[in-house]
Structure formats: structure tokens, C-alpha cells
Design a protein around this ligand. Structure first.
Ligand code: HEM
Length: 487
């Protein structure tokens, strides 16, 4: 099911009108998009936008009804907008349904840029940092060992590991947030995930995005919208229950993000500029962390195992490095500088499959410019991270899996790698994610050899399905324990 950013973009494409002659930005004419509509409804909008860049350049515009979108396709132009001119492009598109999904604009990821949003993001950022310093390493190690046990229990049978990766990533966030972890069969966990995934999918449907463009439709019955409202209410009920349980246990200390946020609410610094943060901000921050921190990391792990099935010699090289450098120990995050082969694998998977391929749309909050082109206020900016990571001017053989490009002398540029975006909207969980990717991969590759179930024919399809998160289609793998692997 196409969802989120992809369907919202599609919806806008359907309303495409001829470009305004006043704009000097290049962009495809109307017929071109209509011809490609079938392709757009396909699995991979980032690839399509990247192909358009070959024709129209690294920055082009798509005029969609009254909205102009500008697509950025190289790390240079993305950096100029998101980092150098961050204060011009830190907004988010504002919409009727976005407001509903973000609990009245209280979400960090969808909230527009203003003083209240800044205070909110600062509060959550410092709570996350405080808790990460205290316990993130231990929390991830514990989940990596849980994952090890789950894989051992499969006894080398062919299985789809995607759900186990989701549980591991989700447990990192729920442990940090309220000191709670779940196993795969937990009803509470399943309810939470089904509800959050349903909201992302429903919000992306054209039944919902039509309400943003045509206010009159809001007066008509719309079963999909009713379902969205029901799921948002269910989400809010689940999160409220979690927060109430947390409060009733008297755990309001700074060991967990929730405790830290609740304490932070009362502090003076949040009232500067007349901003008052409330329980609703804590509530939506929890939603942001759960949505932002679960499917992304889990999808990345699935991609990594899939690439290693295609290229077993890379897996052998990482394993040999782990054995030589760590001599049987599990890696610590501080070992990363001694494990360049493992790090090159992580970077190459982030490059080839940035799990948030189009980031989240930005909005110009004032008139500005990018690459010398005038960009008027309210233009929607799409940072095509996938495109930047496949830019032939920066990457040799951009579509090939070549981790060695990130080793010394390999020519790979970590500066041109932008999987977490940049600037004021830089992924809030970047440091959590980086530690997770490193430790989960290090633990898994120390203890298991990943092999395909039968023949070459069963190797995973590496094309992927892009919605908000770029995921791999489900596949099975055998996790064979390495000869000497004790915890
Ligand atoms: C936003 C990537 C993991 C929380 C984003 C954005 C990207 C991204 C590209 C959009 C940036 C923009 O708008 O320009 C990733 C990747 C991850 C990952 C590649 C893992 C491989 C996480 C984790 C968390 C998280 C673990 C939570 C702990 C968020 C939040 C936002 C965000 C809250 C919204 C930030 C804002 O609007 O200010 N992420 N992310 N992400 N991410 Fe992540």
C-alpha cells in the first residue's frame, strides 16, 4: 500500500497544472507527468524523482495546483537549503489533516517551525541526550542479546526476521521512554504498532489528502476519514494509558525520557518567549519517538542482511575484522574507529537505501533562494536523499553495493552522505540510530552467518518499496550460529 509522503505527493501530481512562466526553475511539462502517472503509482517514487533529475538537473520544480514543490537531488543543494539556509526552510507544510494526525500541531516531526516548536524540540532533544548518556548503550546491548536468543531459537530454520527487528528497535525506544519492553507476542505491542502503522497508511491515502485540497469535501461522509479519526483516538488512548501508568508508578525521575520530559515541563526555560509546554507535548513527543525510531532502524537491519546475502564475501570480511580486533568480545560503540570494515558496511547500506528516502517535506518560511533560483515563501521542498546518494557526479557506480568505497582510499565521501537530513530538522534520533546500527550489526555478525534458504533463486529482491520508509519486500533467511559464540 503506498502511503504517507508518497501518496501525498502523488495526489499533488494528479492536480498538476502547466508551470507558471514566471518561474525560471526547470521542471517537467504537464504531458510528461501524465505519461508517467502509472509509473508514479508504482513502488518507487524516489527512483522516479531521481530519474527526472537526470533530465532537469539537481533542482527542479513541480507545480501542483496552488502548491509549488521544489525537488532537491544532490547533497550540495540539499545542504544549502537544510543546513546553510536552515532558518528559511525549517517549516513543514501545514494542512487540515496533518493537524489532526499531529494532535493539533503538537508533534515535532509534522509541527511547523515556531517558538513553541523550538522549545518542544529542545526539551525532547535534551531528555533524549540525558537518557542516552545514562543508559542507551546498555539498553541496545540488552536488545541485541534478546535478538541473539530469538535467532538461536530458530535453530537455523528459514525465517522472515523483519518483525524481530521491529520488536528490537521498538524495545529500545519503549525502554528509553518508559522503562518497558515487550516480546513479539505481546498484545499491547501489536496494538500499538498496528495503530501507528494504520495512521501513517490512512493519512497517505488520497481519500484523506483530498480533504486538504478541497475543504467542501469535509462536509461529506468519508469512511476512510472516520477510520483515521478512530485510529488517532485509539493511539491517543494507548499513549495516555502508558503515560498515566508511568506517572502512577511514581517513576518521574530522569532515568526515562518521559520522566525527564515531565520534569522539564515545569522548568523556567520552557516559558521563555511566553511558550508553555504541556502534557500534550509529552504525549506527541512519545508518538514521534515511537514512529521515528521503530520502522526506520528495523528496515535498515533488513536491508543489511539482504545485501549480505547477495555479497557473502562482505559478511566474511566483517566477521574476520570482528574476530581479529575484538578477540571474541562483543563490540562497544567506542570500538567503531577500530572496525572500519563494519562501519563501511553501515555507511554503504545508509547510502544505497536511505530508509527515509524523501526525508519529510519542508516548507519555505520566507522568500529565499537555492542554487541561485528564487524560492518564494510557502514553497514545499522535497529533499530527495535517495537521489543525492545516487548522484553520479559524487559516487562512482552509484547503484552498486560497494562498502569498500568508504574505506581509506576508496573515494567515498561521508560528507555527501545525508541519511538523517540536516539542519534544524536533522533526525532527532540520529545518535540513537547510529549506536543501534553499529551494535545490532556487530552483535549479529559476530554470532551468526546469514545464508539464503536454498538456491540463488531465493535471494531477496533489492528494489524495495518506498513510502515514508523505504522497505525491502519480505524475504526469508537462515541465521546459522557461528562455531564459537557465547554471550
Ligand atoms: C526525522 C532519518 C531513526 C526520530 C528524520 C528525517 C530523516 C530521518 C531523513 C527527516 C529530516 C528532515 O525533515 O529533513 C532516520 C534514519 C533513521 C532514523 C535513516 C535510522 C536508520 C530515528 C530514531 C528516532 C528518530 C531511532 C527516535 C529515537 C525522528 C524524529 C524526526 C525524524 C522525531 C522529526 C524531526 C523534526 O521534524 O524536527 N529521521 N531516522 N529517527 N526522526 Fe529519524
Amino acid at each position: 500500500r503506498s502511503s504517507g509522503v508518497q501518496s501525498r505527493l502523488l495526489h499533488h501530481f494528479y492536480q498538476f497544472l502547466p508551470c507558471s512562466s514566471s518561474s525560471s526553475l526547470p521542471g517537467p511539462p504537464r504531458f510528461f507527468l501524465i505519461e508517467n502517472m502509472m509509473e508514479l503509482t508504482h513502488d518507487h517514487l524516489p527512483i522516479h524523482l531521481t530519474n527526472l533529475a537526470q533530465r532537469y538537473g539537481n533542482i527542479y520544480r513541480l507545480k501542483c495546483g496552488s502548491t509549488t514543490m521544489v525537488v532537491l537531488n544532490s547533497s550540495e543543494v540539499i545542504r544549502e537549503a537544510l543546513v546553510k539556509k536552515w532558518s528559511d526552510f525549517a517549516g513543514r507544510p501545514v494542512s487540515y489533516t496533518g493537524d489532526i494526525v499531529s494532535g493539533g500541531g503538537y508533534s515535532i516531526s509534522l509541527g511547523d517551525y515556531n517558538e513553541e516548536w523550538r522549545a518542544h524540540r529542545r526539551l525532547v532533544h535534551s531528555a533524549l541526550q540525558r537518557c542516552s548518556q545514562k543508559s542507551l548503550h546498555d539498553v541496545i546491548e540488552r536488545q541485541a542479546l534478546n535478538l541473539r536468543k530469538v535467532l538461536m531459537d530458530y535453530q537455523s530454520s528459514a525465517v522472515d526476521l523483519s518483525e524481530d527487528f521491529t520488536v528490537a528497535a521498538s524495545n529500545v525506544i519503549t525502554t528509553l521512554a518508559f522503562g518497558k519492553e515487550y516480546n513479539k507476542s505481546s498484545l499491547e505491542l501489536q496494538q500499538l504498532h498496528s495503530c501507528l502503522n494504520e495512521i501513517v497508511a490512512l493519512w497517505g491515502s488520497s481519500w484523506i489528502s483530498a480533504l486538504d485540497s478541497f475543504p467542501l469535501l469535509r462536509k461529506l461522509p468519508n469512511p476512510v476519514f472516520s477510520r483515521l479519526l478512530k485510529e488517532v483516538a485509539r493511539r491517543d488512548e494507548i499513549i495516555k494509558q502508558h503515560l498515566n501508568n508511568y506517572k502512577s508508578q511514581g517513576k518521574e525521575n530522569e532515568d526515562h525520557i518521559t520522566g525527564s520530559l515531565l520534569q522539564g515541563l515545569g522548568e523556567q526555560h520552557n516559558t521563555e518567549h511566553g511558550v508553555f509546554l504541556t502534557d500534550s507535548h509529552v504525549h506527541m513527543a512519545t508518538v514521534d519517538l515511537l514512529i521515528g525510531g521503530t520502522e526506520t532502524t528495523a528496515a535498515w537491519l533488513s536491508w543489511t542482511v539482504a545485501f549480505l546475502l547477495h555479497r557473502p564475501e562482505v559478511q566474511t570480511r566483517v566477521y574476520e575484522e570482528l574476530c581479529t580486533v575484538l578477540q571474541g568480545q562483543y563490540p562497544k560503540y567506542s570500538d567503531r574507529h577500530r572496525l572500519p570494515v563494519l562501519c563501511s558496511l553501515i555507511n554503504e547500506v545508509l547510502r544505497l537505501r536511505p530508509v527515509a528516502p524523501l526525508a519529510v517535506p519542508h516548507r519555505a518560511i520566507r522568500d529565499s533562494s537555492i542554487a541561485g533560483y528564487f524560492i518564494p515563501k510557502d514553497t514545499v521542498i522535497i529533499p530527495n536523499l535517495f537521489g543525492a546518494h545516487h548522484d553520479p557526479a559524487v559516487w562512482s557506480e552509484p547503484y552498486s553495493f560497494k562498502p569498500e568505497r568508504f574505506l581509506e582510499g576508496g573515494g567515498g565521501s561521508t560528507r555527501a552522505l545525508m541519511p538523517f537530513g540536516g539542519g534544524a530538522r536533522l533526525c532527532l534520533g540520529e545518535s540513537v540510530a547510529k549506536m543501534e546500527l553499529f551494535l545490532f550489526t556487530g552483535y549479529l555478525l559476530r554470532d551468526f552467518q546469514f545464508i539464503p534458504p536454498e538456491s540463488e533463486a531465493s535471494l531477496p529482491d533489492l528494489r524495495g518499496v518506498a513510502s515514508v520508509v523505504l522497505k525491502i519486500k519480505s524475504y526469508k533467511v537462515i541465521a546459522r550460529p557461528r562455531p564459537v559464540s557465547s554471550p
